[in-house]
Design a protein around this ligand. Structure first.
Ligand SMILES: [Zn+2]
Length: 394
């Protein structure tokens, strides 16, 4: 799988389909990918030989022989995901099938001149198993036998990244301008490194393990310190011309509003981000219920605007802020429904329970998704990840 011949693309397409819709029979694979049964038999035999696919249970059939289903082998690979915040790092070790093997954290100062070295130190401490300078949050499940091969490092940042495989970061909330995160980590760690906006990374995880299994068009909204969105259109995360798509927090709400972290006035985030909420609470003296309900209404109107533009099948709300969702919902629900375009008012808006390691799991999914990415959004780094998956060093 080192080159990019037709067979490579077909193998990737098989992995992509199994990675996004779950186990399928050979007949279903042939039908979905418009391949001959002989081609599917040959390619799946090769992938099983690489240890990437396994035969699962028999699928009951109406008449005829029950079909053997094929699925991805979760232990074929793992990735380390890192979430960078303004004051700490969270790191997780995740298997190809999404199972979390361990989670760690450490304090982090993005304004330090040594910030990138400290980031690399933390990753190295987890990769090497030394644990130096990082605190384990969940004890790594010992598991049986060998740990799966490490395919690469995914990094999620609250900012924009023009090219995942290059990994140069602009993030005002971290004080980072053109920070060469990917380059520095690759040089230190000698591993494939992908860097992406954290909300886009969450959407990559949803595409792989969540809504992407049943929907090709969906929106991910996040609330917490910042407010963000990721747009999954036709099965892919829409990144825009410079990787900056989805800056939902900077939708203008009121030109006379408070100054936002981006420098403009009256952005959505200045009202409903956690700092804006705290300020509103302190300035108004209103009870929490009312502050959250008003923020929910502001968020609901803005969300309706985005839904009207993008036309998703479903909306998923994630992020630290969802812990208070019952308070937000009082204002959010009526506001969003009132502004949705006719015919969309029954759209499903689902709020998921939030796990503190979810951001870092999204970052790991950047790496874990590359074997299934026929379009090669991860570029050269994606090729290196695939080479590590089948155990060949290019
Ligand atoms: Zn702004």
């Amino acid at each position: 799988m080192a080159g990019t011949d037709r067979g490579d693309l077909t193998r990737t397409a098989i992995l992509a389909l199994l990675g996004t819709v779950g186990p399928l029979s050979r007949t279903e694979l042939a039908r979905e990918l418009d391949l001959s049964p002989a081609t599917v038999t040959q390619l799946t035999r090769e992938l099983m030989g690489y240890g990437m696919l396994e035969e699962l249970d028999l699928k009951p059939s109406r008449g005829g022989r029950p079909a053997q289903r094929l699925g991805l082998v979760g232990s074929a690979g793992r990735a380390l995901g890192v979430k960078v915040t303004a004051d700490h790092l969270v790191l997780v070790d995740v298997r190809l099938d999404g199972e979390v093997l361990g989670a760690w954290e450490c304090a982090f100062d993005p304004s330090s001149p040594e910030a990138l070295d400290r980031l690399a130190d933390a990753v190295e401490a987890v990769v090497s198993g030394s644990g130096r300078g990082v605190t384990a949050r969940t004890s790594a499940s010992a598991g049986h036998g060998q740990a799966p091969p490490l395919l690469g490092i995914g990094v999620g940042v609250p900012g924009s990244v023009e090219d995942q495989a290059v990994g140069t970061v602009n993030a005002p909330t971290l004080g980072w301008q053109a920070m060469p995160v990917g380059e520095r980590l690759r040089r230190r760690l000698k591993l494939p490194v992908l860097v992406e906006n954290d909300v886009n990374a969450l959407a990559a995880a949803e595409r792989l393990y969540g809504r992407g299994r049943t929907h090709r068009d969906f929106l991910v909204l996040t609330i917490g310190r910042g407010v963000g969105a990721a747009i999954v259109a036709d099965g892919r995360v829409y990144r825009g011309a410079r990787g900056g798509a989805g800056e939902f927090g900077h939708v203008p709400v009121d030109p006379a509003g408070p100054v936002c972290g981006c420098g403009a006035r009256g952005c959505l985030e200045a009202y409903v981000g956690s700092a804006g909420l705290l300020a509103a609470r302190a300035a108004s003296g209103k009870p929490d219920e009312q502050v959250f309900a008003e923020a929910g209404a502001v968020l609901g109107r803005a969300a309706a605007g985005l839904i009207n533009v993008v036309d998703p099948e479903v909306v998923v709300v994630l992020g630290e802020g969802t812990a208070d969702w019952p308070l937000w919902q009082v204002g959010f629900d009526p506001a969003v429904r009132a502004q949705l375009y006719p015919g969309r008012r029954d759209i499903s808006i689902e709020v998921e329970s939030w796990d503190d390691t979810s951001w870092a799991q999204g970052a790991a999914a950047l790496v874990l998704a590359t074997p299934f990415d026929a379009a090669g959004a991860a570029g050269e780094q994606g090729r290196l990840v695939r080479a590590r998956l089948i155990g060949t060093t290019p």
